[in-house]
Design a protein around this ligand. Structure first.
Ligand code: NAD
Ligand code: DAU
Length: 335
């Protein structure tokens, strides 16, 4: 089968391609990626020579290029997006272009080329924020209430994907996942930024009061869930994916990281908050568990340990990216 992966030089995309090439070695994968600040060919080094893998540098908003890449494709797995909330606050325009217009260009091409499945990778951020005291979690029936330009652009893309199913019978599936962590995450995000700061004997900057909560998941658990939805999920359906069963506030995550890296709490600093910062995300993943048998393999402490070990061993990968990542925070004052 010929598979088109968009955004495969980004964090989740490169982990997904590696996973898929190992699991389905007979499939041919084309990776279409614009190589923005978040796309790195260093992340695809270990499989770039695989004869069943091809890289195309290109923009998903470019209909000509997208149509060429879609030739003979049966499965599209759509990761490409601007993905960082802090950047969306600084400049929303590119988020609308890539995440909304880019998705629409791909959907049109998918119809034209009669793809058998268009799988859209989305986020739990489309649902907005839960309160700390809430008992409930996001589920497939939760009303969309995006609160950042990033979340709003992903919500729009989800609506478009569903509209193409209803209007044009395009066989789609959607997954909305919580916060991924693991190998090859650009050091701009909380986990990768904080771990690499600590390795460099720098402080972890925790936004606001530090009591914000995210639902952390190991990236390969996410890849496995996408695989199950593609192979066994029902066309037209949405599945939520998440990891934690108990809340862990960001300040506690930072403390655990510091301890594991042999640092005391003087390495943790509460700092400037994110504008419109969503208080809490938590995902109820009952549907994918009951219908497809998926559950995360790794608990939070294993996720943390494995991720720290990867960044300790792979300085060659993150070191060249660190300066640009910290330049963002010098601009936003979140340091
Ligand atoms: P990332 O920012 O690490 O990577 C995004 C990739 O898309 C990069 O390689 C970039 O070059 C590429 N890209 C961006 N705009 C493009 C365009 N116009 N044309 C072609 N390529 C383009 O993102 P990620 O963390 O790997 O997230 C991948 C997807 O998963 C996104 O759609 C994101 O919304 C979603 N998601 C991410 C998380 C998470 O925790 N990281 C959780 C749930 C869902
Ligand atoms: O929930 C899924 C989403 O998770 C994905 O859709 C996004 O693409 C992904 O970037 C992520 O969004 P977040 O905004 O939750 O991730 P980030 O790593 O930027 O921040 C995680 C939490 O940590 C959030 O509460 C903000 C806080 N934070 C972040 C940074 C970078 C800090 O306290 N300090 C920091 O230095």
């Amino acid at each position: 089968m010929k598979v088109l992966v968009t955004g495969g030089a980004g964090f989740i995309g490169n982990n997904f391609i590696r996973y898929w090439l190992n699991k389905y070695p007979e499939d041919k994968i084309t990776n279409l990626d614009k190589l923005t600040y978040a796309g790195h060919l260093s992340s695809t080094k270990d499989f770039e020579g695989n004869p069943n893998y091809q890289f195309i540098k290109g923009d998903i908003c470019d209909a000509g290029m997208v149509n060429e890449a879609m030739e003979g494709v049966e499965l599209v797995v759509h990761f490409a997006a601007e993905s960082h909330v802090d950047r969306s606050i600084e400049g929303p325009q590119v988020f609308i272009q890539s995440n909304v217009v880019g998705t629409q260009v791909l959907l049109d091409a998918a119809i034209k080329h009669k793809v058998k499945r268009f799988h859209h990778v989305s986020t739990d951020e489309v649902f907005g924020a839960l309160k700390l005291e809430d008992k409930e979690k996001f589920n497939e029936k939760t009303i969309y209430n995006p609160r950042s330009p990033y979340a709003a652009s992903k919500a729009a893309s989800d609506h478009l994907v569903r509209a193409y199913f209803t209007t044009y019978d395009l066989p789609i599936t959607i997954t909305n996942c919580s916060n991924n962590v693991g190998p090859y995450q650009d050091p701009e995000k909380f986990f990768s930024r904080s771990i690499t700061n600590l390795i460099d004997n720098q402080k972890v900057y925790v936004y606001g009061d530090g009591l914000y909560v995210r639902d952390w998941l190991y990236v390969l658990d996410h890849c496995r869930a996408i695989d199950m939805v593609i192979k066994k999920g029902k066309v037209g359906e949405t599945y939520l994916i998440g990891g934690l069963t108990e809340d862990v506030p960001n300040i506690e995550v930072a403390k655990k990281m510091a301890r594991l890296l042999g640092k005391d709490e003087s390495f943790i600093e509460l700092g400037k908050d994110r504008v419109g910062h969503d208080r809490r995300y938590a995902v109820d993943w009952t549907k994918i568990n009951k219908e497809l048998g998926w559950e995360p393999e790794l608990g939070f402490d294993e996720v943390l340990q494995k991720t720290i070990e990867w960044y300790q061993k792979n300085e060659w990968w993150w070191r060249p990216l660190k300066e640009e990542a910290e330049a963002l925070y010098a601009r936003t004052g979140q340091k």
